[in-house]
Design a protein around this ligand. Sequence first.
Ligand code: TTP
Ligand code: MG
Length: 367
Amino acid sequence: MEQQIGKGKLMSEKKRIILHVDMDHFFTAVEEREHPEYKGKPLVVGADPKEGKGRGVVSTCNYEARKFGVRSGMPISRAWKLCPSAVYLPVNYELYVKVSHEIMDILRTHADKFEQWGIDEAFLDITSQAKDYAEAEVLTREIKKEILEKQKLTCSIGIGLNKLVAKIASDIQKPDGLTIVREAEVDRFLEPLPVRRLLWVGRKTEQKLKTMGINTIGDLARYDPAVLVETFGVVGTQMHLMARGIDRSEVEERGEIKSIGRDVTFQEDTSNVEFILNTLYALADEVHRDSLRQNVNFKTVTVRIRYENFETHTHSKTLPFITNRLEDIKKTAKELIQSYLRPDRNVRLVGVRVSNFISAEKQKTLM
Ligand code: TTP
Ligand code: MG
């Protein structure tokens, strides 16, 4: 595959076949498996609804509950209003983590390179095992079958030439889906989808793009990249490349289990300090949200930086206190990365991670 990278520089990168696996309605699917009597009924896992007076949010719900409009992240009181007849269960996080580990162990055996992404998602690079997409499909059906047989759970899988396309593809048909996007189909596949499907495009960016008349990924791909850069800075270039289905980031194993982290491979290597720091802050924000979602407090912050020649540095700091504050992640990450940011060194990847956990529940009982 020939990719246009940087300022007109042409670089060939090896063709890859990447899978993205995403478990279907994960928490509720595990609950249905453990309690078959709930199957077929609307089921919500999250905070206690207390007959509509409860505080807190929905973690997830099954597809029956989604028919009533219930969604992840919605206040539990609203879920109750929409579907009072649903079965409401508390979050049994330990159980879901145990099942997640078992699933990841199955998936890992099928991959050349493996990367867990959150509790119920993973990327698999299967390039060496499939000479084309037909073979990849056979392998993927095997994986789905194995998870169903061993775990009694379904998942949806996307297959594509990179992580970006595979991730978007896995979300197209759910539940129990399998979506293949062949190289020649990438543009046609992405074209009609809303820009929000692209990683990095949050609600604010989506709004701004709308005012520019950009609604779909196709609109974005056709837009003048110079104007995007004027409006969004370096991120504009990145968005434009993603809209064209270009993503160079590798599938990489990480010690996910005892930490929460995010990193990003820049679409173009950069030495722009402000841009790198802003990216790091955006990653810190995601890590922070994940740590709240998983209800953990942490003591250690780690940053990772990879230069264009793949030289990689990891640098950690353990704080003298336990925290769950975004400010602590940002401040520490900045402190840790500063000495690595030099005008003469182009950066390919940055990442931030928190670890050394203590569950918020446990901490409450300790205080
Ligand atoms: P998702 O994969 O986003 O959702 P899902 O697996 O429940 O449903 P889908 O079939 O659409 O993939 O998230 C995985 C789990 O993470 C989910 O089961 C519960 C948890 N979660 C939260 O606790 N809060 C949230 O806001 C979201 C989005 C997920
Ligand atoms: Mg899921």
